[in-house]
Design a binder for this molecule. Structure first.
Ligand code: PRX
Length: 664
């Protein structure tokens, strides 16, 4: 580093507040601070502007129907089709422009551009194929696919015929796939033969087939995309009965024209399973009108997307970020959205920067975990490339520490791009708390104020607002269009999980209902919110939500295990890592063989993302007199922190014993 650099780094390290760069502010989609007041005064009608970003087949009658809280309905009476909104209406102006730039992991080998016209054509063909297979409106189609273009094509094809999709992240295990297909009674699966990971073809169909074997109801059809071509031959898969080759199906429906099915605003667009505090994942239901309006409006207001942009979100479509901010939001706005199949370190650690340069990406939306990894790798990788096409940077999924924020700001954004640190969840459908990038100052480490029209309060256990600077619980006091409508087939659990904590559940008055996302947070005197993390038994590994119960039940399923407790411990790159405390049936030491079986058990039940960083064998777990496991102490041990209060424990002596075995 030269002297100037040292000086600059020192200045950045001390700076707590950053103003929106003026060149950005001058062109921002939202440029007037008055929006906050206007939305507050005009709530809920302020959301007609979001609905106006869409094309409606039938105008809605009511913006918000709040007569039966917490079962809110938005844009009721309206009808629309999400695929028509993402494709058909752009054909005149943007037909020859790129809708999707897909970048395969092997460099320059098989990148593909889909113009809006091409994407529209293939979505129609695949929609016709699905319909011919018997998929009808409201049949849930499971999509177990990696980052291949056929994934968004399948999503839009489902949307076109009114069939909700349920995308299962390709990194999830066969068992996780089966659990989700069973829970959704899904009789159709679209999957693929494999994909590339760090240079090697990976056999995905084997996992899909194993998962299918564990589905409890008949699965009528399976469609398999051939991603690997001859490189997949070694896996030796033949398509079985009821399995169809994607290309054959599309070819057989060449030129098909499928009339988009008009869907009620409140009809389900998709289901997305996410981890909760029980072993059973929650099927979050999103609707067609409110969700799409939310995804489009936030894409425009926060990510500042314009049709002419080439926008890059490095998330996986298997998570909500990819649904809202690779597929639905960007395509609803008619922009070019990029998809990258591989990892950021293949073939070298500059891969993302090479992609940004080659495609002249205008925005980059990624996770703090990725930024911390880039930071660790060093500036030489971004320095190899011209990143000046970037206009805005974003982060999502977990808190970003100020050091990583400043690194991103300086070394990727060259101090010319605002950063939006966006807090939201699978359940919220889209962003809730973040700065509007052309207007608001940025405070590294703090997501920012709630978006206009979003009513967030930080409260104590009684539901009363806490003072600035004090930690409390994040709550949302008013409904919003992108919100989940319920948990699939489980209205009761929906109320219990998200509303019961701070609401008067006997009341019909929407003012008595408060949404609780189960995050801790604090607010400063300017109304900026710093999210402190989950307050339930959910941990956040690399921005991905994992239920400790899900991991525990996988571990307890391993032969020879009597009991297990899983907690999150701090991790310098991933944010949190999985620590598993395990009691064996014979009471003491497990060995390496058992440790391997436990790790394999977790990978089989959930997937490699849930792999424990450490498995700690212990004769007992610290428990209160009423038998409750004191997880906080286990977290302290994992983090090497001073231990919290042990006086309420039935077996305080065990804590030191466990601590000694972790240090070993
Ligand atoms: O704890 C919060 C954390 O991620 C959780 C939501 O996870 P998921 O539903 O998988 O969605 C991730 C992508 C939206 C939240 O409850 N989280 C998300 N964004 C942030 C965050 N924590 C701090 N800062 C954020 N910007």
């Amino acid at each position: 580093m030269g002297d100037d650099d040292v000086e600059l780094e020192a200045r950045l390290a001390e700076q707590d507040v950053f103003e929106p760069p003026s060149a950005f502010a001058e062109q921002a989609n939202v440029a007037d601070e008055a929006i906050y007041e206007e939305f507050e005064e005009n709530w809920p009608d302020c959301w007609t502007g979001a609905a106006d970003l869409l094309q409606w087949d039938r105008e809605y009658d009511t913006v918000l129907d709040d007569s039966n809280p917490p079962f809110y309905e938005w844009f009721t009476g309206g009808e629309l089709n999400a695929s028509a909104n993402c494709l058909d209406r752009h054909l005149d102006d943007r037909g020859d422009e790129a809708a999707i730039e897909w970048i395969g992991e092997p460099v320059d080998e098989d990148d593909r551009t889909y113009t809006y016209a091409e994407l529209h054509r293939e979505v129609n063909e695949f929609a016709a194929a699905l319909r011919d297979l018997g998929v009808g409106a409201d049949d849930v189609v499971t999509l177990y696919m990696p980052m291949v273009p056929e994934l968004p094509i399948a999503m839009l094809a489902c949307a076109r015929i009114g069939a909700p999709h349920s995308v299962v992240f390709a990194g999830f295990s066969a068992e996780a796939l089966a659990t989700r297909m069973n829970a959704a009674d899904s009789e159709y699966l679209v999957t693929c033969d494999g994909y590339y990971r760090r240079g090697d073809p990976l056999d995905h169909l084997r996992k899909a087939n194993e998962g299918l074997d564990a589905v409890e109801h008949p699965v009528s059809d399976v469609v398999v995309v051939d991603r690997l071509g001859p490189n997949g031959d070694d896996f030796g898969h033949d398509l079985g009965e009821g399995q169809h080759d994607y290309d054959d199906l599309v070819a057989a429906h060449a030129g098909a024209d499928v009339e988009p099915v008009a869907r009620d605003a409140e009809d389900m667009l998709f289901l997305m399973y996410t981890s909760g505090t029980t072993g059973q994942p929650k099927g979050v239901k999103h609707t067609t009108g409110g969700y799409l309006a939310w995804a489009a409006w936030t894409s425009q207001a926060v990510l500042d997307i314009e049709p002419e942009d080439t926008y890059f979100c490095s998330a996986d479509i298997g998570w909500i970020t990819g649904h809202s901010y690779i597929v639905y939001g960007p395509l609803a706005l008619g922009t070019t959205t990029m998809m990258y199949e591989g990892t950021p370190d293949h073939p070298d650690r500059d891969r993302l920067w090479q992609i940004v340069e080659e495609y002249e990406a205008t925005q980059l939306y990624t996770a703090p975990t990725a930024i911390r990894a880039f930071m660790k790798w060093g500036t030489e990788y971004p320095d190899r490339h011209d990143l000046s096409s970037l206009r805005l940077l974003g982060t999502v999924g977990e808190p970003i520490n100020p050091r990583a924020w400043k690194w991103y700001y300086r070394h990727i954004g060259n101090e010319e791009c605002p950063i939006v640190d966006t807090w939201w969840q699978t359940e919220t459908g889209g962003m809730m708390v973040t700065t509007l990038p052309g207007i608001k100052s940025m405070k590294p480490g703090s997501a920012g104020p709630p978006l206009p029209g979003v009513d967030v309060q930080i409260v104590d256990t009684n539901g009363d607002e806490v003072e600035a600077g004090r930690a409390g619980y994040l709550t949302v006091q008013k409904p919003w269009p992108g919100m989940l409508r319920t948990l699939y087939d489980n209205d009761e659990r929906y109320v219990e999980e998200y509303w019961a904590e701070y609401s008067d559940t006997d009341s019909d008055d929407p003012d008595d209902w408060v949404y609780f996302p189960e995050d801790g947070a604090k607010i400063d005197e300017d109304g900026y919110i710093t999210v402190l993390g989950r307050v339930d038994d959910v941990i956040n590994v690399s921005g991905h939500r994992l239920g400790t119960m899900e991991i525990e039940s996988a571990i307890v399923g391993v032969e020879g295990v009597a009991e297990a407790a899983v907690v999150g411990g701090d991790h310098p790159v991933k944010g949190e890592a999985v620590y598993a405390y395990v009691i064996t049936e014979d009471g003491y030491d497990g060995d390496d063989e058992m440790r391997d079986r436990i790790v394999a058990g977790v990978e089989d039940a959930i997937g490699p993302i849930a792999r424990p960083q450490q498995v700690i064998f212990t004769p007992e777990l610290p428990k209160t007199r009423s038998g409750k496991i004191m997880r906080r102490l286990l977290e302290d041990i994992a983090n090497g922190d001073a231990l919290g209060d042990t006086s309420t424990l039935r077996n305080p002596e065990i804590v030191e014993e466990i601590r000694a075995s972790v240090q070993d």
